[in-house]
Write a protein that binds this ligand. Structure first.
Ligand SMILES: Nc1ncnc2c1ncn2[C@@H]1O[C@H](COP(=O)(O)OP(=O)(O)OP(=O)(O)O)[C@@H](O)[C@H]1O
Ligand SMILES: [Mg+2]
Length: 339
């Protein structure tokens, strides 16, 4: 099959003057793109790598591609992750992963919270602020956590995002609104253990692994899986698959994650971030329908491997799920067990 890999490569763009140094943190390295391209070619497909910029729609149509493997984060705005799915749907070309609505919904963390919140999925009490001069923190219990409402890959998330006083919170929220040019979500800080959860599937989605992310030095109640931490993950955190949680907690996490996956309309695969509160109750932090697929650093890749699924199988299953869902291909690389 002729298959396009839709990407935004971190080396394809020049930094904008005055922008934060994590401006292109979401984009993929050339090594990640090559690893996916090689893996997909290994299944017998002809792979073309397309940069998901303004040239994408014409290149996709001109290349006579029959299918798209989408890892593109998109260029601008809250709907950026929806750009490639929307173009593919417009051109009638099937693609891996979630559609434009789910991409938009999950990139806006507050909309995602509202979509999932209910008896099966808990979210931390929180509020969104769009104007530096209209910050009202009444009713929120400290410490709180402030993050750009529509960013990913830890953009704007630092160890200092955990805020213990109202004065500190006001100044941080105001600077985040300015620096990241958009609303800021403030949530009560969830002081328990953290984990990230891999899900594969459509009709019967399954949790493929839960990875506890534990600080090596810090106390759990002060730990943030921040940009600094992720850039130095080998020294700062240890991963545990399976997590060191009681059985009931693991069951509650699985229930929460699958309910969130369904409520958000995720397709094929996603990674959902969960944190326990001080009492050990799992709360939804966010869902990533475009989880990083770096063969070295991707959390979904690390947790899949630890749960017994090698890179080739993970990529193969994502493709299989998309093929079966869209009915385009008869050949499958892996069993239908995850469909
Ligand atoms: N309410 C909260 N309480 C405690 N910690 C939080 C809270 N919200 C976020 N965090 C911390 O900040 C980290 C990043 O938050 P979040 O997952 O929302 O951002 P992200 O940049 O989209 O992440 P990713 O890199 O997974 O795309 C979490 O992994 C967690 O450590
Ligand atoms: Mg996250």
């Amino acid at each position: 099959m002729r298959l396009a890999l839709a990407v935004n490569r971190s080396n394809a763009y020049h930094p904008t003057a005055g922008a934060p140094d994590d401006e292109y943190e979401e984009f993929d390295s050339p090594e990640t793109v090559q690893a996916i391209a090689d893996t997909v070619s290994g299944f017998g497909h002809q792979v073309g790598i397309l940069e998901a910029d303004a040239s994408f729609p014409a290149a996709l149509a001109a290349g006579k591609f029959e299918f798209v493997f989408n890892i593109s984060e998109g260029l601008k705005g809250r709907a950026r992750e929806a750009q490639v799915p929307a173009v593919c749907d417009m051109l009638g070309i099937p693609f891996t992963g979630s559609d434009a609505v789910t991409m938009g919904l999950t990139l806006d963390k507050d909309l995602a919270r509202r979509a999932v919140a209910g008896p099966e999925v808990r979210v931390a009490p929180g509020r969104v602020f769009a104007h530096p001069d209209r910050i009202d923190l009444r009713g929120l219990r400290f410490p709180v956590f402030a993050k750009p409402n529509a960013e990913g890959s830890s953009k704007g998330i630092r160890n200092s995002s955990r805020l213990t006083s109202e004065a500190e919170a006001r100044s941080r929220i105001a600077s985040l609104i300015r620096e990241y040019r958009g609303p800021v979500l403030v949530e009560e800080f969830l002081a328990g253990a953290e984990c990230t959860v891999g899900v594969l599937g459509n009709r019967q989605p399954r949790v493929i692994g839960i990875m506890e992310i534990a600080p090596r030095q810090k106390k759990v109640e002060e730990f943030v899986y921040s940009l600094e931490t992720k850039r130095d993950y080998l020294n700062q955190v240890e991963y545990h698959v399976p997590p060191r949680f009681p059985k009931e907690t693991v069951a509650a996490i699985e229930k929460t994650v699958l309910a969130a996956y369904e409520a958000l309309g995720c397709r094929d695969f996603a990674r959902v971030d969960i944190r326990l509160d001080g009492a050990g109750v799992p709360h939804f932090i966010e869902a990533n329908p475009l989880p990083g697929l770096s063969p070295v650093k991707g959390d979904l890749v690390i947790l899949s491997k630890a749960a017994g699924m090698e890179y080739r199988e993970l990529i193969g299953r994502i493709l299989d799920l998309a093929f079966v869902r869209t009915g385009v291909a008869k050949t499958r690389n892996y069993s239908e067990a995850f469909v």
